[in-house]
Design a protein around this ligand. Structure first.
Ligand SMILES: CC(C)(COP(=O)(O)OP(=O)(O)OC[C@H]1O[C@@H](n2cnc3c(N)ncnc32)[C@H](O)[C@@H]1OP(=O)(O)O)[C@@H](O)C(=O)NCCC(=O)NCCS
Length: 437
C-alpha cells in the first residue's frame, strides 16, 4: 500500500511503477530523473515553457492566492499594509521578515535617507544620455553603472556588505528615477532633501523649480507611498525571476537589479501601465469602447491592463488603486481618461469572452491614470514601478543567496534541431528557402 503523501507513476514504456514523495503540493522534478527507459536515458524531465506550473524556489516573502484575489507580504494582507504603513516600513518588512519597532524604523528611515545622494560621476554619466532617451532605459543603465562606483558590492557572501548595497539601492532609486525624468525634460537635476519623507523627497527631486524649499502636497505624497507599497513585491514574476536567475550567477546586486529592471521594462510586465494610456488614447472616447472591445475579441491585440498570470478572480491591488484614485483626483482634478477606463471595465466585466477567460483589471489598469493625473508622462510609469519593486527584488535576491538548496539557475531544454549534419564548404552551399512565422 503506497503512502498517502506520494504520487504513484507507472511508466507504460517499461511497466515500472515509481512512488514520488509529495511535499507542499509539489513533487521534485529531480525525482523524475529516476524514471528511465534504460541506463543511457537521462531520465524524465518536465516540459514547462514560461514556467507556468513550476515552483523554482521556496519563499517566505509574498503569498498570492490568485483564485481568491489574496496578496500578503510576510503574512500581512496588502490592504492592511496599504492602510497603515509607509513604503519604507513595508520595505523593512520584506527584507527582514517582521515589521520594524519604532526604533528600528527610525534607524532604517535615517539610513535609507543617508543613501539618497548619487556620486557626481553618476550624475555626469546620466548627462550623457540623449535628450529623448527613454527614462526606463536610463534607469536600467544607471543602476548597472552603480556597479562601477561600488566595486566592493561584488562581495555578496558578506551579509553586512549586502545590507549596505541594499540600503544604497533603495535610497538611490528615487534619485536616479527623478534625474532620468528631469533629464528627459531638459531640467537641471535636484539634489535630495533629507528633511523630507521618502515619497516627498522623490517629489522634491522631480518637481522642485526655483522655490527655496519644496513643499509636497500631502495627498499626492501619501498616494505615491501607497502605490509604492502595492508594487513592492509580487513573488516569482518575470523580473523577480530575472533577479534570482542573474543573481544565482553571483553577479553583484547593481548589475542584478539592472537585469530585473530590464525585465520590468517590457510591455507585458511593468510596461503595461504605459500601454494602458496608449490604448485609452487610441480608444479616444467612451462611445468607441464597444468597437474597440469587439476588435480585441476578434483577435486584434490584447486589452492592456487586463488579465494576469496568477490572479484569475481579481487583482487586490487594482481595488486599492481605484480607491486611491478618488483622493488623487480630488487634489489634481479628474483625468478625463478615467471615464473611458470605467466604461471599458464595465463592458469587459459583463462580456462572456473576458468572463470565461477570467480577465479582470490588473494593477496597471488604473495606476497609469493616476500617474498621468499627477503629471507624469507615460514613459515614467515603469520607472515609478521600479522604485518600490527594488525592495522586493532585493528581498528575493537575499533569500535566494541564503537558501542552501539554490544553485546557479539553469533550465533544461527539449532539443528540436537537426541531428548531426555534414558540413558543406561555403562555395558549395545552395540557397535555402527560409520561412518565418
Ligand atoms: C498578463 C498576461 C501576460 C497574462 O498572460 P497569460 O497568463 O499567459 O494568459 P494567456 O495569454 O494564456 O491568456 C489566456 C486567454 O486569455 C486571452 N487574454 C489574456 N489576456 C488578454 C487581454 N489582456 N486581452 C484580451 N485577451 C486576453 C488570451 O488571448 C487567451 O485566449 P485564448 O484562450 O482564446 O487563446 C496577459 O493577460 C496580458 O498580456 N495582459 C495584457 C498586458 C498586461 O496588462 N500586463 C500586466 C500584467 S500585471
Amino acid at each position: 500500500m503506497a503512502s498517502s503523501n506520494t504520487l504513484t507513476v507507472i511508466d507504460n514504456r517499461t511497466a515500472t511503477r515509481y512512488e514520488l514523495p509529495i511535499e507542499n503540493g509539489t513533487i521534485r522534478a529531480m525525482d523524475l530523473r529516476k524514471i528511465r527507459t534504460d541506463s543511457d536515458d537521462l531520465g524524465l524531465m518536465i516540459y514547462d515553457p514560461a514556467y507556468v506550473n513550476t515552483a523554482s524556489c521556496r519563499s517566505s516573502i509574498t503569498f498570492i492566492d490568485g483564485e481568491r484575489g489574496i496578496l500578503r507580504y510576510r503574512g500581512y494582507p496588502i490592504e492592511t499594509l496599504a492602510q497603515h504603513c509607509t513604503f519604507l516600513e513595508v520595505a523593512y518588512l520584506l527584507l527582514f521578515g517582521d515589521l520594524p519597532t519604532p526604533d528600528d524604523l527610525k534607524n532604517w528611515v535615517s539610513e535609507i535617507t543617508y543613501h539618497t545622494m548619487l556620486h557626481e560621476t553618476t550624475k555626469k554619466f546620466m548627462e550623457g544620455f540623449r535628450h529623448d532617451a527613454h527614462p526606463m532605459a536610463m534607469l536600467v543603465s544607471t543602476v548597472a553603472a552603480l556597479s562601477t562606483v561600488y566595486p566592493k558590492a561584488r562581495e555578496i557572501h558578506d551579509p553586512a556588505n549586502r545590507l549596505q548595497q541594499i540600503k544604497r539601492l533603495i535610497g538611490k532609486m528615487p534619485s536616479i528615477a527623478a534625474m532620468s525624468y528631469r533629464h528627459s525634460l531638459g531640467f537641471p537635476y535636484v539634489y535630495p532633501d533629507n528633511d523630507l519623507s521618502y515619497p516627498e523627497n522623490f517629489m522634491n527631486m522631480l518637481w522642485k523649480m526655483v522655490e527655496p524649499k519644496y513643499v509636497a502636497n500631502p495627498v499626492i505624497a501619501r498616494a505615491l507611498d501607497i502605490l509604492f507599497i502595492l508594487h513592492a513585491d509580487h513573488e516569482q514574476n518575470c523580473s523577480a525571476n530575472a533577479m534570482r536567475s542573474v543573481g544565482s550567477a553571483r553577479t553583484d546586486p547593481y548589475l542584478t537589479t539592472a537585469a530585473a529592471a530590464a525585465a520590468l521594462a517590457g510591455p507585458l510586465h511593468g510596461g503595461a501601465n504605459e500601454a494602458v494610456i496608449e490604448m485609452l488614447d487610441e480608444i479616444g472616447s467612451k462611445e468607441n469602447v464597444p468597437t474597440y472591445v469587439k476588435k480585441i475579441k476578434e483577435g486584434h491585440g490584447k486589452l492592456m491592463g487586463f488579465g494576469h498570470r496568477v490572479y484569475k478572480n481579481y487583482d487586490p491591488r487594482a481595488n486599492i488603486i481605484k480607491r486611491t484614485a478618488e483622493n488623487v483626483f480630488a487634489a489634481t482634478g479628474r483625468n478625463p481618461k478615467l471615464d473611458i477606463a470605467l466604461e471599458l471595465e464595465r463592458i469587459v466585466l459583463e462580456d462572456e469572452y473576458f468572463i470565461t477567460r477570467k480577465l479582470y483589471p490588473n494593477v496597471d489598469f488604473y495606476s497609469g491614470i493616476i500617474y498621468q493625473a499627477m503629471g507624469f508622462k507615460p514613459e515614467m510609469f515603469t520607472v515609478l514601478f521600479a522604485i518600490p519593486r527594488t525592495a522586493g527584488w532585493l528581498a528575493q535576491w537575499q533569500e535566494m543567496l541564503t537558501d542552501p538548496e539554490q544553485k546557479i539557475s539553469r533550465p533544461r531544454q527539449v532539443y528540436t534541431g537537426h541531428e548531426l549534419r555534414q558540413f558543406v564548404p561555403v562555395e558549395k552551399r545552395v540557397p535555402v528557402l527560409h520561412t518565418t512565422g
